[in-house]
Design a protein around this ligand. Structure first.
Ligand SMILES: NC(=O)c1ccc[n+]([C@@H]2O[C@H](COP(=O)([O-])OP(=O)(O)OC[C@H]3O[C@@H](n4cnc5c(N)ncnc54)[C@H](O)[C@@H]3O)[C@@H](O)[C@H]2O)c1
Length: 463
């Protein structure tokens, strides 16, 4: 086209970029084929013969070309089940409790094909419960492979994930019908969860927690992961199990310190959103420690304390996790105690357990909340006393001001430039803050050191 001088002059029509044309399509399946249909234009004669997907394709045609926007909701459904006698061969939960697919159930229980299961179990748990686990599968005529591994914070790595995957490949499981079973503490469940999510892109798995912490926390959400380059849970994903089966009788064999460790995570939920749970921990904490959550060993009233404590801890956790399974919303109350603790836990490995590191973080943050005027001195004292009553540490020498600064910088980097600091604003209520000044943090740190380090030194001197 010849270009005249006038040709360079913008005319009204040439200057205005064309409006992009947006068309929204639904997806329908007719027989075996999926196809796009403009929204609202499904032929009425097909309406009862088609399957309508929840996915959508938006097509945008503009001067620059064409683009498609895909909206594909991903649906997860998983069960968290409190059960008893899970290793009793007559209890079908471990084999069938995860499935609601009655057709599959009938097919598998019809005896046409021998059941198969791949089980990963923590080495210590294997020593304690391995013979029962073996009897369970033998008596149910299940072809099985039990892989016992040393699943500890130090071994929580990709190496162990690959180790599991090699064995899974050798055993050759059917990913549609043969979920991998993980039996152990939070470390074991996290490693197996990651391995399962990688095998054939997503293989169903079942969690059987054997520590208090994994009973109330690691079994409840969707996350899995391993440590990487000295950083806590740096590699991982959001793939929930098909089910978590919680049997509190496993907890009876964990050492007292591990009960405290689990109580640390329970206290987190109490401080963030449930005053009643806080009161339970304050009044029954010692009993729960002494009886290791075995409610039948106490009076009815005390027994209820164990049941109520785990139930409220799980329910409050589920309330916070279920609407935000993939952590798209970074404002999470359940991050309380997890701002400084990842740095601290990895720095002093293996001297602090996860729940202990979380409690030290919560103790410092309690002082921050007080310094900011969110809680009274009496409330601060009640929280610290409750931690001590649960035999949890409220201080650690390695938790220096430098470490706190480094951890908070890391938090900023991953929080979209905001600290998103959950802090108690009373007992059992909390909010997320982004405006805590360095001066407040420093003031809180000084007072925390003064109050809590002194007590530790006195305690140590007395030993
Ligand atoms: N995925 C999540 O959402 C989530 C949530 C919280 C914590 N976690 C992870 O959980 C881990 C901590 O879990 P944990 O506290 O259960 O620690 P753990 O898995 O290391 O177990 C602690 C120790 O207890 C032993 N043990 C386990 N069960 C036992 C039993 N019944 N009797 C005797 N000994 C037993 C284990 O051998 C281990 O040495 C951390 O790595 C943390 O990151 C994950």
């Amino acid at each position: 086209m010849p270009v005249s001088e006038e040709g360079f002059l913008p005319t009204a029509a040439a200057a205005a970029p064309e409006e992009p044309q947006q068309t929204d399509f639904q997806l329908v399946r007719v027989k075996s084929t999926w196809c796009r249909v403009k929204k609202g234009e499904t032929p009425s004669n097909l309406k009862d013969k088609i399957i309508l997907s929840e996915a959508k394709i938006g097509e945008c045609v503009s001067e620059g070309g064409i683009s498609w926007t895909i909206e594909a909701p991903i649906y997860f459904c998983y069960k968290v089940v409190e059960t008893h006698n899970i290793l009793d061969p007559s209890n079908p939960t471990l084999l069938w409790g995860h499935t609601t697919d009655t057709q599959q159930l009938e097919l598998n229980t019809g005896g046409k094909r021998r059941l198969r299961r791949f089980i990963v179990i923590d080495e210590v748990v294997d020593e304690l419960y391995g013979s029962k686990v073996r009897s369970y599968f033998e008596e149910n005529n299940v072809q099985h492979k039990i892989l016992a591994l040393p699943t500890t914070e130090e071994t929580k790595s990709m190496d162990l994930v690959l180790n599991i995957l090699q064995e899974v490949q050798k055993f050759s499981i059917d990913r549609r019908t043969e979920p991998i079973i993980a039996i152990g503490g939070g470390v074991c469940l996290d490693i197996v969860g990651l391995a399962a999510s990688l095998y054939r892109r997503r293989t169903p798995y079942i969690r059987v927690p054997t520590t208090l912490l994994s009973y109330v926390d690691a079994s409840v959400g969707a996350k899995n992961g391993v440590n990487f380059l000295q950083c806590k849970n740096k590699l991982g994903g959001y793939t929930p199990p098909v089910a978590s089966f919680l049997d509190r009788s496993f907890i009876q064999s964990i050492p007292r310190r591990h009960i405290s460790n689990g109580l640390g995570e329970i206290l987190k939920m109490a401080l963030m959103k449930h005053k009643g749970l806080f009161d339970l921990l304050k009044s029954h904490g010692k009993y729960l420690l002494d009886t290791k959550f075995q409610s039948y060993s106490g009076s009815a009233n005390r027994g209820d304390a164990a049941l109520q404590t785990t139930r409220i801890a799980i329910e409050t956790m589920l309330e916070e996790l279920a609407p935000n399974l993939w952590e798209d919303d970074l404002d999470r109350l359940v991050d309380f105690g997890h701002l400084i603790s990842p740095e601290l836990e990895m720095r002093v490995l293996p001297s602090l357990m996860h729940g202990e590191a979380v409690t030290i973080d919560m103790a410092f943050m309690t002082y921050v909340a007080h310094a900011r005027g969110l809680i009274t001195a009496d409330e601060k004292e009640q929280i610290i006393q409750c931690m001590r009553g649960l035999e949890l540490p409220v201080w650690h020498d390695a938790c220096s001001w430098t470490l706190i600064q480094a951890a908070l910088r890391e938090r900023l980097r991953h929080g979209g430039g905001m600290p998103r600091m959950p802090l108690p604003t009373g007992l059992g209520v909390a909010e997320i803050f982004n405006d805590i000044s360095e001066e407040t943090l420093r003031g809180a740190y000084k007072l925390w050191v003064k109050d809590c380090r002194t007590v530790l030194e006195e305690g140590t001197a007395a030993l």
